[in-house]
Design a protein around this ligand. Sequence first.
Ligand code: SF4
Length: 240
Amino acid sequence: MDGFIHSTESFGAADGPGIRFVVFMQGCKMRCKFCHNPDTWDISSGIRITPDQLLNRAVRYRDFWGDDGGITFSGGEPMLQSEFICQFLELANNLDIHTAIDTAAQPFDPYNSYITRMLDLCSLVLLDIKHIDSNKHIQLCGYDNKNILECAEYLSYKNIPVYIRHVVIPGFESDSELTRLAEFIKCLKNVNKIELLPYHTMGKHKWESLGLKYQLEDIPPASQSDIKHAEMIFRKLDLL
Ligand code: SF4
């Protein structure tokens, strides 16, 4: 089947281990107020491509991947095109390529066989947990976090390697909420890495060019000390 991609990046260094070919998938149902890719939201647009065409494009860069690198699906939300990605991963696995899925897991449904198969087939999941509190999650992203946390537990149960990613937004999260997040992560058995990422405003111009009002106008980018403070809370639970 065909997939719809927004764009690709040949030498990604921030989405999984090593140097990676990053595929930004089209489509996302969430509306995170800090989204830096709002131009990927519309699932009915994008570049149409087959799994073979995409793989052929990616493997041109294989010499640069070394032992750690590979291919990452990001977005947008890759889970919305899991049938296409399953077909792609079957081809990539035949070539022993390391693959990662960067997801916020909003459409996760344990009874959706394409989604679970996609998670089973990839080498690594980069799971974004936007907020541990369901009400704050709704406020921030437009959806609650129930199935996102369920996805984290599913990945742990299946022992699929995971990096947990969390964006630190100044003033949006209390210490007790960060502690709850750390306690939740502590219960997972498959977490290889935790990335506490600073909130930034680099996507703001995209909102403006789409005619959208940027939602976190009054919140400054996270400082070094905001990140250090969050790290200190995670360190108390031996997570970093
Ligand atoms: S899940 Fe990712 S792509 Fe979707 S709105 Fe949130 S930040 Fe943007």
